[in-house]
Ligand binder design. Structure first.
Ligand code: ZN
Ligand code: ZN
Length: 431
């Protein structure tokens, strides 16, 4: 079109100079006589043909659906339409996970993540194209996210956790197709999408930590991270029930729908503690817990099945949460604090039975549960810190952290209760 310009009289004219209120006025130095210039001019005319100028002031209008209004949703649809058909991947925008994870998944599906194979394919000088995690194969998406030992171990843990058969993966997209094609209910698919997105993201973060050699996550806690992130009320926003409000009932409905049909124990959901603690309690209730004994019984190689805290007995769930010497001491202090006499429990079931028998109101029952869940969780954290932590934790802070965790959780969730720290310290369960 540049050639037409040079034939214009007065090339610095304004649009208004060429518009007479009803149509365009063209002024040429010499008549246009066919050829390239004329063809360009014809094209220009068709392009501006629909444009009508007014006397109004100039303004920016961002109006994608012709209703004079700018909305983020329109923009996103517009970008999707613009960008995605060429990539052949529709955005799987999942409202339940953070934007950064959505963008990450989208880049992964388009093969735009800077894996070593991709970088070297684009001519970047890199030390190695081998997988930074295992060093056993070329690092591409399929290897990093599915075939690599860490990834495949994580996925099998995730599938076990969700109690669904694992997927056959030959391409990154397969995992989402498998979710879609499965015969689950919509709501279960949603949950699965959250977990799958989170899992991919955690694997990528782990890989980056290895590459950049920054305090990397421990392999053994990756699955816990995924579980926690997937259902963390602080970071992830739940919208499944259509409202923006995070709703514990909704999450519980999903968890029940997606994982519980085969579990014998009903969820004993507690409104005073965070989701992760509830999920933890549910795992305890169904004995789905990676104690050394449980791992060994599942055929996983463990160095030892002895309790990592006392080294004296087999590490079963009952042992680590109730019967280990550290646990007995902590439960003793909790009993004192709650002003209750209680036996050494043998299982989660026995504990809840005892709570039911001793509680005359639902409110009291829920409060006792909250304290007990917190106690179990603190003990389990202590155990993990014993196994993986450096330096090893000290057990004299356990009781204090039970008191402060439960106080914070309780106050955050029951703002009307004008309870202060001193009252909580002395008599947590008094009304
Ligand atoms: Zn690898
Ligand atoms: Zn022990």
């Amino acid at each position: 079109m540049h050639r037409s310009k040079s034939d214009f009289q007065d090339r610095r004219c304004k649009v208004a100079d060429r518009w007479d209120g009803s149509g365009w006025k063209w002024k040429w130095q010499r008549p246009l006589e066919g050829g390239r210039t004329y063809a360009d001019f014809q094209e220009l005319r068709t392009k501006v043909g629909a444009v009508r100028c007014t006397e109004n002031k100039d303004a920016w209008i961002w109006d994608l659906n012709q209703d004079d209004e700018f909305t983020v949703a329109d923009t996103r649809r517009w970008i999707d339409d613009l960008v995605l058909p060429t990539g052949g991947v529709e955005t799987r925008w999942c409202a339940l996970i953070p934007r950064k994870v959505n963008i990450f998944v989208w880049r992964l599906l388009l093969d735009r993540l800077p894996t070593r194979e991709r970088l070297s394919g684009r001519g970047f000088e890199i030390e190695s194209i081998l997988c930074p995690v295992c060093g056993m194969a070329i690092e591409n998406l399929l290897h990093l996210f599915w075939r690599c030992e860490v990834a495949s171990c994580i996925w099998s843990g995730i599938f076990r956790w969700l109690q669904i058969p694992s997927f056959e993966i030959n391409h990154p997209k397969d995992v989402f197709y498998s979710v879609e094609a499965s015969r689950m209910r919509l709501i279960q698919k949603k949950v699965l999408e959250v977990v799958v997105g989170t899992t991919l993201w955690i694997i990528w973060r782990y890989r980056n930590d290895v590459v950049h050699d920054v305090g990397k996550m421990k392999k053994c806690v990756l699955i816990d991270c995924i579980k926690e992130f997937s259902f963390s009320e602080d970071k992830w926003r739940w919208e499944l029930n259509g409202s923006l409000e995070f709703s514990v009932a909704a999450v519980r409905a999903h968890l029940d729908a997606s994982t519980l049909p085969t579990a014998a124990s009903p969820t004993r959901w507690n409104r005073f503690v965070p989701i992760k603690i509830n999920i933890f309690a549910w795992q305890v209730a169904s004995n789905r817990f990676p104690t050394r004994l449980n791992l060994e019984q599942k055929g996983i190689d463990v160095d030892t099945i002895m309790c990592p805290v006392c080294q004296r007995e087999v590490e079963s769930l009952a042992h680590i949460l109730f019967k280990c010497e550290v646990a007995i001491a902590v439960w003793g202090r909790v009993a004192n604090w709650c002003d209750a006499y209680m036996p050494v429990f043998d299982s989660f079931g026995e504990m809840t039975q005892w709570v039911d028998a001793k509680s005359n109101t639902n409110d009291r029952r829920a409060k006792v549960d909250a304290v007990f869940y917190t106690t179990m969780w603190v003990l389990w954290k202590f155990r993990n810190d014993m196994v993986f932590g450096d330096p090893k934790p000290k057990n004299d802070m356990l009781f204090d952290s039970i008191v402060s965790f439960s106080f914070n959780w309780f106050c955050n969730r029951k703002s009307k209760d004008a309870r202060n720290w001193n009252a909580w310290m002395i008599r947590p369960l008094r009304n």
